[in-house]
Structure formats: structure tokens, C-alpha cells
Ligand binder design. Structure first.
Ligand SMILES: [Zn+2]
Length: 658
């Protein structure tokens, strides 16, 4: 494709805009700033044709000049459209985008991202769908009417630590010194194009006034222009009217919002939704400021504002009530130690296990997806670790024995739980006039230290890029189930070692058991008798028996059970015994095993729900994702920290069979 020089026509439509910012385009091309700059310089102010959708030189609809904007790191163009039909389509808004047509000599492949090198711009085209969303058209004819570029272009600057306090005064002063030629910060010495990078909006009509620059959110730290998270959030809240708001034209709000939203993403935060912000902006003060500050993420400031407001009446119950109702359901609450106001989450807790997995899966998918820019520029040469909120496995999850114990949650940071264990009291007959004998009741304290269990799974960058919400949900489900199996294991281990009694066929010792000593229903009856003898009271549904699959099979083959099935006590169609002699039956290959006389033995356990063991949980399932940049891998790790402790050994009977 050659470069065709076209003459300037009179009366044609002039347009301008951004042709390409230095970033990844929709089709996964990363345009590096130095490459775009070189490409613009090569043209040396010359013109390129404008086409329809990159089609053929004969159909040129206009011509354009491009220039590199080094401040904003974007390639800009100005064009004249002399084709009337095309001009009309632009005017009427049918065509809103431009796209660049360039040749390149080399491409670098970084992960899945294509980095074209040695670019030669051949043409620009009017397109329906842009390759780069920012590539847009602005009609110059109406510049006077419709202000352009008031919102500062999207940009990424280094990030200050996320908890850096935001001091607007200090930040603005640092920007002035940085942008001034002599470092003085004086108005006469300011490079205004540089100065505006610290703000989200400026008044194009009066660019050389300090007062024309609004919504600062950057600060110069150690000579570097950094974006400050709390400044971004404060600007976002102000944009929608919090704390008096900011006076900028309504039509610029969306562009300013986009600018700030891009910074949210830089901090790996989900930007607040524009619709919701607009909604909140319509509220009356003082609720408006409070809700906006809370919604943009400045929760502590929201509460500070609120406390100030309610300070005098805070001591009365009525005020507290008001406070709570106005706060409930407003938004996510981050953990605050000194927070006195009760806040509930906006999203209702997911109802089902499947929903929960999907929700967590979405977050897994989001967090493992690689940010191309990060990978290419190598800004994250340290593995990034970020934890997602803990989530609990709901009771409706696949079978888990832990539901049958008493669950004790440890305080955060607590390593050991001290569990009081009290033995039962037995009543005896009292004789009138005689002092009753004191019942001996012992209280013991069991120290339990939860142990961490977990698993880790890795994906290559290529796989991670393909991660979808559904795949994430599958991973979440796998981890949740693995966590359950792990707690089943821990419980079975504890019940096995702490059982108050052991029952075997014929009362043999474990080492004497042979292949004939199979599991039978009689053994369940013996175990029940043992419990009764030990004064362990139970009703149908109070007891749980966990069998090894081999023991379960032997039970099913037993004549008694088969006969009972024929008479309809059990459902022969499913072949599942859910309850036998009032005992709930569970089957798990995790049942402990041992050795008999040349055979493997299986340790079934029968125990009373709630009384048999305590489950100490210092951390429920936590799923984390992190990257190893050097190994080009993304990891998903799931772990929990739990311990099981037998509470009442008499309520646990072990049945050992071959
Ligand atoms: Zn910014």
C-alpha cells in the first residue's frame, strides 16, 4: 500500500481526535509509545488518506495528519473529510470511530499480546467498531459549542501505596513545583500541559489559571507523578456532589468518571458504577455525602462525616437507631476495629452452594486474568498476592461431617482454642432429710490448635487468559469439596483415636480379625447397647454411623437387610440405606483403616451428633490467587485452618471389621 497525497478540498468536514493511545487494542495488539512516536515522526507532518473500513485507495473519503502527543502518550489526528456521504454519517453520529492501518516489520509476542515494531502508518479509516475504544472522532466545526478535551485523557501513572493519606493541599503544591520549569511552583513558570496531568478536569478556555484545574488525585512523590488511591476516591465522590461537589459541565462528567475509573482498576479495585453514582448524586444532604463517600470506598471518611453530624445525639438510643437504619444495606463495609455502627452488606448472602461457587468463580476468573500491560512492561516482577474474602461453606454443601459437631470459630489471630469439656451429671435418688451427695462433675479444658490444610493449582498464562466465570466456579467447587473432604478426614481421625469403646465381631482384638469378620447389622445393635450402658441418651436421628464402602457393601449383602428391602422398609430402587435402627448412615472412603490377621480392617465410627466432637475453625476455606511472573504461571490456592476435638468419648463407638 502506498501513500497517496491528496489535495485539500474546500468546504470539507474537519475532524480530529485520538488515533491510538499506547495500550492494548481490542485485537490484542500493544502499541508501545516509542513505536507510535517513531511512526508519527516518520510521516514528518505528511498526510495519510482516510478510508472507509480500510477499503482501497480509490475510495479515499478524506485525508489526515497525525501527531504524537508526548504528554498524554497518544497519537492524535486531524482530518478533512471531503466525501459528502461520509461527512454526513459522521455528523449524524452513525460513524463515531477511527482506526489506524499500519504495516509493521517485526512483531514481538509477549504472552498472548502482539507488540508490533517499526510501524509505518498507511491510512486511517472510519469504522463502525474501533480497534481501540479510545480512538474517536470529534467534530471540529462544533468545538466552540461542545467543549472537547476538558477531561484529562486516560493515563496510568505509578501508584502510591494504597493507604497513603490524601492531602489535597500538599498534592497540589507538589504538582505545581513539578510542573514549573524552575521548580518554584510559580504561575509564570508552569508548563500547563504537564500540570494538568495531576487533575481529572480542566477548563480549556482558561488553561493558564490554577483555578481552572479541578479534581486533583495525583501527587509528586520523590520526583515521580503518582496516583493516590484516596485522592482518586475523593475526586470520584466530589464529582457526584459529595462534600459540596465540584462545578464542572454536566457533559464532561462521564469522561471524568472514566478517567477516575481507570485509576480504580490500576489499584485492582472495581470502579463504582456510574449509574449508582448518578443515583446517589440525587439524594439530599447530608445522606448524599455519606453515601457517596461510602460507595466510592472512603468508608472511614463517610463515618467521620456521619459521626460529626450525629455527635450530639449519639448517646441516645433513638439516634443510634436512626443511624443504623440509614446505614444498613448501603454498601460493603471493610473491617474496622473501632467501628461502632452496624453495617450489613449490600449483596444478600448467596443462597445455594452453586451460587456461591459461581460468585467465587467469577472472582477467581477476574483475578487470574493477566493484565497485558503489567506483563509486558514488567511492572509486576514481584509475584502479586491478593487474598479474596473468606467464604464459608454453607450447610447445604455436599456431605460434611463437620455439620454433626459443635463448631467453635476462633477469633482472628487466635492460634489455640481452649474448649471447656464438662461431663454429664447423673441424678440419684434423694432421701428427704438427708443431705444429698454432691455429684462429681469435672470440667476439663482441651487445648486445640487448628492446623492448616490446603492445595494449590497452577495454570500457564495462556490458560489463565482463557479462564471464564464457569471455569472459576468449577475450581471454587473443587476447592470447597476438597475442604470438606479434608475436614471429614480430620474428624474421622479424631473420632477414631478418641472413641470410648471398640466393638468387633465376636469381641476379637483387631489383629485377630480375618476376612470372615465382616460388617453386619448386629454390630450396630451392639454399639447402641454400649451407648445406652454409658447413659448416652439418643432418639432416632441423633446418631451417625460412618462406614467404609467395603463395610457398606457387606451390610447391603446381608440377608437381614435384603429381606427388609423386600418388605419395603428400604427403597430397593436406590439401594441406599439412609437410616438403620434410627442411625443415619454415611459412607466414606476416608474411614480409617488398620491391619487384622492378613487383612485390612476398617474403623467405622458411630457417634452422637453435637455431643461427640468440637470443630475448631480458625479460618474457613480461603481461596487466593497469585502470579509467578518468572515461571509464567498463575496459581490458585485454597486452604483452611481447622481442628477437631472429641468432646465426650463415651458418645463415640468404633466398630472395627475386616
Ligand atoms: Zn489521573
Amino acid at each position: 500500500m502506498s501513500l497517496e497525497v491528496l489535495g485539500w478540498a474546500n468546504g470539507s468536514l474537519r475532524i480530529k481526535g485520538v488515533l491510538a493511545p499506547a495500550r492494548v487494542s481490542r485485537n490484542n495488539r500493544l502499541y508501545l509509545p516509542e513505536e507510535l512516536k517513531k511512526m508519527a515522526e516518520e510521516l514528518d507532518g505528511g498526510e495519510v488518506p482516510v478510508y472507509w473500513e480500510h477499503v482501497s485507495a480509490r475510495n479515499a473519503v478524506g485525508k489526515a495528519r497525525i501527531r504524537w502527543d508526548d504528554v498524554n502518550k497518544v497519537l492524535r489526528y486531524e482530518a478533512e473529510i471531503f466525501d459528502e456521504e461520509a461527512a454526513e454519517k459522521i455528523r449524524s453520529g452513525v460513524v463515531k470511530h477511527v482506526s489506524l492501518g499500519a504495516d509493521y516489520e517485526v512483531i514481538d509476542l509477549v504472552d498472548d499480546i502482539i507488540v508490533p515494531r517499526n510501524l509505518h502508518l498507511r491510512e486511517i479509516s472510519l469504522v463502525a467498531v474501533p480497534g481501540i475504544p479510545e480512538a474517536n472522532i470529534e467534530i471540529m466545526e462544533s468545538i466552540k459549542l461542545r467543549a472537547v478535551e476538558r477531561a484529562v485523557q486516560l493515563h496510568e501513572t505509578p501508584t502510591a501505596p494504597i493507604d497513603r493519606p490524601w492531602d489535597k493541599q500538599r498534592a497540589v503544591e507538589s504538582l505545581r513545583r513539578w510542573a514549573s520549569v524552575d521548580g518554584s511552583g510559580d504561575k509564570e513558570s508552569i508548563d500547563w500541559e504537564k500540570y494538568r496531568l495531576g487533575f481529572a478536569w480542566y477548563d480549556e478556555e482558561n488553561p493558564e489559571e490554577f483555578g481552572s484545574y479541578k479534581l486533583p488525585h495525583h501527587e509528586v512523590i520523590d520526583g515521580k507523578l503518582c496516583v493516590v488511591w484516596r485522592g482518586v476516591a475523593a475526586a470520584m465522590a466530589a464529582l457526584f456532589g459529595a462534600r459540596g461537589g465540584v462545578n464542572i459541565p454536566e457533559k464532561d462528567v462521564k469522561d471524568v468518571y472514566e478517567h477516575l475509573a481507570a485509576h480504580y482498576r490500576q489499584f485492582e479495585k472495581e470502579p463504582p458504577s456510574l449509574d449508582r453514582l448518578v443515583e446517589l448524586s440525587r439524594l439530599m444532604e447530608p445522606v448524599k455525602s455519606f453515601k457517596l463517600l461510602e460507595y466510592v470506598g472512603l468508608i472511614d471518611e463517610a463515618y467521620a462525616a456521619l459521626k460529626e453530624l450525629f455527635e450530639e445525639s449519639l448517646d441516645t438510643g433513638h439516634a443510634k437507631n436512626t443511624l443504623t437504619t440509614s446505614v444498613v444495606g448501603v454498601g460493603e463495609m471493610e473491617e474496622k476495629k473501632d467501628e461502632k455502627v452496624i453495617v450489613e452488606r449490600l449483596d444478600p448472602k448467596p443462597k445455594t452452594f452453586g451460587e456461591l461457587c459461581r460468585q467465587v468463580g467469577k472472582r477467581i476468573a477476574e483475578s487470574v486474568k493477566l493484565k497485558a500491560r503489567e506483563a509486558v512492561t514488567g511492572t509486576s516482577d514481584q509475584p502479586v498476592t491478593h487474598a479474596m474474602p473468606l467464604f464459608r461453606i454453607p450447610a447445604g454443601a455436599p456431605l460434611g461431617l463437620r455439620a454433626f459437631g459443635e463448631v467453635v470459630a476462633l477469633e482472628r489471630g487466635e492460634k489455640t482454642a481452649t474448649l471447656p469439656i464438662i461431663n454429664s451429671i447423673t441424678f440419684s435418688e434423694l432421701t428427704p432429710g438427708t443431705e444429698p451427695t454432691e455429684a462429681t462433675q469435672t470440667i476439663t479444658f482441651a487445648e486445640v490448635t487448628p492446623t492448616e490444610y490446603g492445595a494449590i493449582q497452577s495454570f500457564t498464562y495462556v490458560d489463565a487468559e482463557r479462564m471464564t466465570e464457569d471455569l472459576g466456579a468449577v475450581i471454587a467447587r473443587c476447592f470447597a469439596e476438597a475442604a470438606q473432604l479434608s475436614s471429614d478426614d480430620v474428624i474421622l481421625q479424631e473420632l477414631d483415636s478418641a472413641a470410648g469403646a471398640t466393638i468387633t465381631p465376636g469381641g476379637k482384638s483387631e489383629s485377630e480379625l480375618t476376612a470372615d469378620d465382616k460388617f453386619t447389622s448386629d454390630l450396630i445393635l451392639s454399639a447402641l447397647t454400649r451407648l445406652r450402658n454409658e447413659n448416652v441418651a439418643f432418639a432416632p436421628g441423633d446418631l451417625v454411623l460412618v462406614l467404609h464402602p467395603k463395610q457398606y457393601e457387606d451390610l447391603l449383602k446381608e440377608d437381614y437387610v435384603k429381606t427388609a428391602m423386600q418388605f419395603g422398609t428400604f427403597d430397593p430402587q436406590t439401594g441406599v440405606i439412609a437410616r438403620l435402627f434410627g442411625v443415619d448412615i454415611f459412607v466414606s472412603p476416608r474411614v480409617k483403616t488398620g491391619t487384622g490377621s492378613g487383612v485390612t480392617t476398617y474403623h467405622a465410627v458411630l457417634f452422637k451428633k453435637k455431643d461427640a466432637f468440637i470443630m475448631a475453625i480458625s479460618r474457613d476455606l480461603l481461596i487466593e490467587t497469585f502470579r509467578d511472573v518468572k515461571a509464567r504461571k498463575v496459581y490458585v490456592a485454597g486452604s483452611h485452618c481447622i481442628a477437631a476435638k472429641a468432646k465426650w468419648d463415651k458418645a463415640i463407638v468404633k466398630i472395627v471389621t475386616a
